[in-house]
Design a protein around this ligand. Structure first.
Ligand SMILES: CC(C)(COP(=O)(O)OP(=O)(O)OC[C@H]1O[C@@H](n2cnc3c(N)ncnc32)[C@H](O)[C@@H]1OP(=O)(O)O)[C@@H](O)C(=O)NCCC(=O)NCCS
Length: 186
């Protein structure tokens, strides 16, 4: 680390206190925090405490939070592997990109890199996530990366609208059809 994303000049590196100011500024945009796992509104000074916790979680192997970096712009967002379970060989992924950088394929590329880290470096078998129904950009990111929907459930997170739904997704390291030679594509 840092490691280059093979398709372009995207760099992924563990979040450190060097990212504090840019992370605080970009995460404080309600358009970023409202639909993600970030607290909304994003509290002043929260980035410093969060990065400290992220560093401890990485040391324990519980979570791996990566800064999404571009050579010119520097820090542009985060992509995280959380709830890492070596026993179940599973984890959860989440991502956000600062609003000035939306629509450039960055979330897709960053999350693809993190999936590679999960499946190749950590040898996990499945990565899950959940998305607020109606978060079209995020749903599209998951579609591009081969996530499959598992279920839809009513939202219970008070930060989201009470009448909202969440859609849960899963991405397997190896597609089921490749594990079962007798399986037929539908
Ligand atoms: C969701 C988010 C990470 C996407 O980041 P991004 O870097 O812009 O994503 P990408 O460019 O890789 O892909 C976005 C896709 O959604 C599409 N998209 C975005 N808005 C859309 C809209 N209103 N209608 C249709 N498609 C849309 C883009 O065209 C693109 O698809 P394409 O490559 O086929 O053209 C970013 O919007 C974000 O940080 N949102 C706030 C936090 C959040 O919601 N995080 C996800 C929590 S589950």
């Amino acid at each position: 680390m840092p490691a280059a994303d093979s398709s372009d000049a995207l760099l992924m590196e563990p979040v450190t206190r060097l990212h504090t100011a840019a992370l605080q500024a970009l995460a404080s945009d309600p358009a970023v925090s409202a639909t993600s796992h970030l607290p909304s509104p994003y509290p002043p000074g929260h980035a410093e405490a969060w990065i400290h916790a992220a560093t401890e979680a990485r040391a324990k192997g519980e979570a791996f939070h990566f800064a999404v970096m571009l050579p010119q712009e520097g820090f542009v967002g985060c992509c995280s592997l959380m709830a890492v379970s070596p026993r179940e060989r599973s984890a959860q992924v989440s991502y956000w990109i600062g609003r000035p950088y939306w629509g450039r394929g960055l979330a897709t590329r960053a999350t693809r890199w993190v999936l590679g880290f999960a499946f190749e470096a950590l040898k996990l078998e499945r990565v899950r996530t959940c998305v607020l129904d109606g978060n079209i950009a995020s749903l599209r990111v998951l579609e591009k990366l081969g996530f499959l929907p598992l279920l839809r459930a009513p939202n219970r997170n008070p930060k989201f609208p009470l009448d909202a739904s969440l859609v849960f997704f899963e991405r397997l390291a190896v597609p089921l059809s490749s594990r079962r030679p007798d399986a037929q594509d539908s």
